[in-house]
Design a protein around this ligand. Structure first.
Ligand SMILES: C[S@@+](CC[C@H](N)C(=O)[O-])C[C@H]1O[C@@H](n2cnc3c(N)ncnc32)[C@H](O)[C@@H]1O
Length: 562
């Protein structure tokens, strides 16, 4: 890693230190801060030697910091977000914060033995299993987690500089996740005048595409309930509520404990013209402000694990839910900070101990608690996922919500129809459904015209490779069933799929093949070997809820999804 530094605080150039005389040291350091960066590594070593020779500031030393900046020594991997956070901190508090970014190993070396020439130190370990010495310093706090690998970012106050503790708290944000992820540095920053606005950024920039899919899944889980009263617990900015309203006739109440969400929620609902049907109520999920037996449906996304007493919340949900109602609460928690994630076993235990009859945990495409009222529709109890879920998976994993989609259909059976329906409901893509013969295509065309879907689905005939599509024609290619594994030349088929994808597009083709005779199946190992031969670096064979070949074209892998 190249040395990264904030030239206002070049620790690597530290001169001789005077015990306990931080002010003199800082002044001295600052007077020398214009040297060439390439000289820093050598000077850093000199500084380390000096550090060992001179007893340094013990943890918690009171520093006369009148007018002195709070000096932060930080792991270079958090440079992007930390700079932004520090800027925001300076802007809000007027405090001076100076940061030096160093390679992780240098930060670790600097703090070993509890020594570091700064007021705050911040670093994360090389991987989840290892530790950073910063984590073992007295009073060290986990302020963030790297996504998706999950290494914690540790921060510790070295001195009692008046800004040290406050800065650490600020870095972690109100719920300890101000440092978000995904940029080149491994993180993306979000901040705002309050937590609600910081969250709104995440919603707009990271989650937006998932709400239609979540709403569609919820509607399927509700087993046909689509009228009456629906409560959304922890509604946030109202994105889910807009999508639920589009798919139902519900009157929806979004409940959230954070009053700052209300203006954001009201704007979202107002922009969608839904103010007559959707409203916001401030309240706590553990003490719902609704009468007994009053809700037909209760849903919640991304909130459950933030609630301190989940069992209490579930009992409240059970109280408010009509006997004919269904509740579906949970989420995928992809962006949730580790400390608010929970194992399924733990959630199951909480659900068991809550005493709510009819509550169970569903650990599929997320982690959910479902409560089915004793007189709820039978379909609510029997929901099994299926191709509708596959549409959700595609939308969630590839974030393709518009453009052109090629559906490779082996027939026009229930799977293909459900996948079409799922994609139409959760995206705005135009679908080209490709059938193996004119006969099947003709029947499908009739069905599609009858369902008045012809403006979104066109039917063609062909098979993988035996087509005349130009390079880069499709944003998304999906296929459910043995459409790829039955190809004579699978390698060529994979290469053709790659060719007709547009850069940034994705393909997911496969299935569960539950009822297929063994001799017709292809082992994942052999599929992987074929995939390797294609020379496509982004091709993967995934054994998750079936066997799938995934091809992404020209986009950085955003990390594993559940
Ligand atoms: C991760 S956000 C999810 C927001 C929204 N459901 C969405 O999907 O965009 C979690 C939400 O739960 C709310 N929340 C946390 N604890 C709560 C509680 N005890 N009662 C009600 N809402 C709560 C937060 O204010 C926040 O808006």
């Amino acid at each position: 890693m190249s040395r990264i530094q904030d030239t206002r605080f070049p620790l690597g150039k530290a001169p001789a230190l005077h015990v306990g005389d931080d002010r003199a040291r800082t002044a001295n350091v600052r007077s020398q801060c214009s040297g060439p960066p390439h000289a820093m590594r050598g000077l850093f070593s000199v500084w380390l030697v000096l550090l060992w020779c001179v007893p340094y500031v013990a943890h918690g030393q009171v520093r006369d910091d009148a007018g002195e900046p709070c000096r932060v020594l930080a792991d270079g991997r958090v440079e992007g977000p930390l700079r932004t956070i520090a800027e925001e901190y300076r802007r809000r508090t007027g405090a001076k914060v100076e940061i030096e970014f160093l390679p992780m190993a240098d930060v670790d070396a600097a703090v070993s033995g509890g020594r570091a020439p700064c007021d705050v130190v911040l670093a994360m370990p090389a991987d989840k299993k290892s530790e950073t010495p910063v984590g073992s310093l007295a009073g060290a706090k986990k302020v963030a987690w790297k996504y998706p690998s999950g290494e914690p970012v540790w921060a510790a106050a070295i001195t009692k500089h008046s800004q040290a503790a406050q800065f650490i708290t600020f870095v972690g944000g109100p719920t300890g996740h101000r440092l978000w992820s995904e940029s080149e540095a491994g993180f993306t920053i979000t901040s705002g005048p309050n937590h609600a606005e910081a969250y709104a950024w995440v919603v707009e920039n990271r989650l937006k595409h998932t709400y239609p899919m979540t709403a569609a899944r919820m509607m399927a889980e509700l087993g046909g309930i689509r009228k009456g009263t629906c409560i959304d617990i922890g509604c946030g900015t109202g994105m889910l509520d807009v999508e639920l309203a589009k798919r139902s006739e519900f009157t929806i109440t979004g409940l959230d404990i954070d009053a700052d969400m209300k203006p954001l929620f009201d704007k979202k609902i107002g922009d969608a013209g839904l103010q007559d049907r959707v409203s916001f109520v401030e309240g706590d999920a553990q003490k719902l402000p609704f009468p007994d037996n009053s809700a037909d449906a209760i849903v919640s996304r991304g909130t459950l694990t933030f609630i301190p007493d989940i069992a209490k919340c579930l009992r409240e949900v059970d109280r408010v839910l009509k006997p004919t109602g269904v509740a579906f609460l949970g989420g995928r928690y992809v962006y949730t900070p580790q400390k608010h994630k929970m194992t399924t076993e733990k959630l199951q235990q909480i659900v068991r101990n809550s005493g709510v009859a009819g509550a169970r945990v569903i650990d599929s495409r997320g982690q959910w608690v479902k409560i089915v009222g004793p007189q709820a529709p039978k379909a609510a109890a029997g929901f099994q996922g299926g191709p509708h879920m596959l549409a959700g998976r595609i939308v969630a994993d590839y974030a393709v919500t518009e453009g052109k989609c090629l559906l490779i259909c082996g027939s026009d059976g229930g799977l293909e129809q459900a996948l079409q329906k799922g994609l139409l409901e959760t995206t705005d893509v135009e679908i080209a459904a490709m059938y193996p013969s004119e006969k099947v295509a003709g029947e499908a065309r009739k069905r599609i015209e009858g369902a008045k879907l012809a403006d979104r689905i066109t039917c063609t005939t062909g098979s993988i490779g035996a087509w005349s599509f130009d390079e880069g024609s499709f944003d998304l290619i999906a296929g459910v069933g043995p459409v790829l594994i039955f190809q004579k030349d699978r390698q060529k088929a994979m290469q053709e799929i790659y060719r007709v994808l547009r850069p940034g597009g994705a393909a997911l083709i496969g299935g569960k093949f539950l009822h297929m005779p063994e001799f017709r199946k292809v082992s994942s190992q052999s599929l992987r070997e074929t995939a390797d031969k294609t020379g496509i670096s982004s091709i993967r064979v995934i054994d998750n809820m079936g066997q799938w070949v995934e091809i992404r074209k020209g986009i950085k892998d955003r990390g594993p999804r559940d």
